[in-house]
Design a binder for this molecule. Sequence first.
Ligand code: ZN
Ligand code: ZN
Ligand code: ZN
Length: 325
Amino acid sequence: MSELSRLELYRRGEVRFILNYIMRNNENLRPIFKDGQYTFPDLDKLLKGISTKSILEELADHGLLERYPVDIILTCPECRFNDLTDRYLCPFCEGFELERGTMIEHYDCSEVAFQKYYVKNEKLICPKCHNDLKVNGSDYRKIESIFHCIKCKKDFSVPKITHKCLRCSHSYSYDTTKLKTIFGYIFKEDFRDEVIANCKSEVPIINLLKENGYLVESPGTIKGKSGIDHIFDIIAHRQNNEKNIFAITVASSYEKVEPEVIVSHFSKAFDANPSRSIIVAIPTLNEDGKRLAKLYGIDVVNGNTLKEVRKIFKEKILSINKISF
Ligand SMILES: [Zn+2]
Ligand SMILES: [Zn+2]
Ligand SMILES: [Zn+2]
C-alpha cells in the first residue's frame, strides 16, 4: 500500500490510538485463548466496542504490521462460528446411539459380542453356545475399543466424527469444515519514524514548543521537594528561564480520558512543583476529569485531532508567554 493510503489511515482516531498503544512497548500483539475464543483483551478493553481484529487486519493490509500464525481453528461452514462440539456417529446408518467396549470373538461358534454378555458368575461363558471360554488367544480373542450401533446393530472400530455448531446447530464433517488461521501481529520497524511523526500525540506539542524557543525533554524528569524524581511525558522551559518549567502529561483515549490521568499527574506535580501543570487530553477529559483538573489548578488542552491539539496548545503558549513577559 502507498504512503498516501497510510497517511489517510493515520487521520482516523482509532488507528492513531492503536498505533500509540503499539509504540508503548506493545510491538508484538498475540491473541489470547479464553472462553473458546481468541481475543486481544487489553486492546478490546481500551477500544470498547470497536473490532480490534478488523483494525489490526487493516494495519496489516497497509504493511504496518506483519501477521504470524498462532493457531488454526475449525469453523462452521454455515455461520463461520468456531464454537463446536464433536459427535461420534455410526458410519453405516449415521445413528448416534453407540456403545463402546471390549468385544470377544468365540472361535468355536463365531459369536462376536461385548464382553459384558460373556460374564457370568465371574466366568466367561459364550452367550450363543454356552461353553466356557478357556485361554485368550487360543479359543477366543478380545478386541478392545469397538463401537456397536444400537440402531443398525453393526460393529466398527472407527466412528464417523462430525462437528455440531453450537451457534446455528449445523452438523458438518471434516471435509466441509472451514480452517481459519488465527494471527498475531508484529509492528514493522521500517515504519517507526513515520508512525511517530503522524500518530504519537506528544510530537506536535514537542515541535510547537521547540518552534517557540523552548527546550524540551520527552519524557522528562523533575526532582521533587521530597527528592524523588518524577517523570512527565514532556518537560519544557524557555531557553533563558530555567525556573519557568512546564510539566505536561499527554493522554489519549478512544472515548474520553478517565480522571485517573489527572490524579496521577497531580500526585507527581504536587511534589515536583512545576510553574505550569498541563494535561493534553485527546479527544477530551470526561466530566469527572474536568472537575478534578479545575480543582487541582491543572491547565487542560483538548482536541479531537493532533492538528486541533496543536492549534489550541499554541493559543495556550501564546497567552502564557504574554503573561510572563
Ligand atoms: Zn454454525
Ligand atoms: Zn460360542
Ligand atoms: Zn448404525
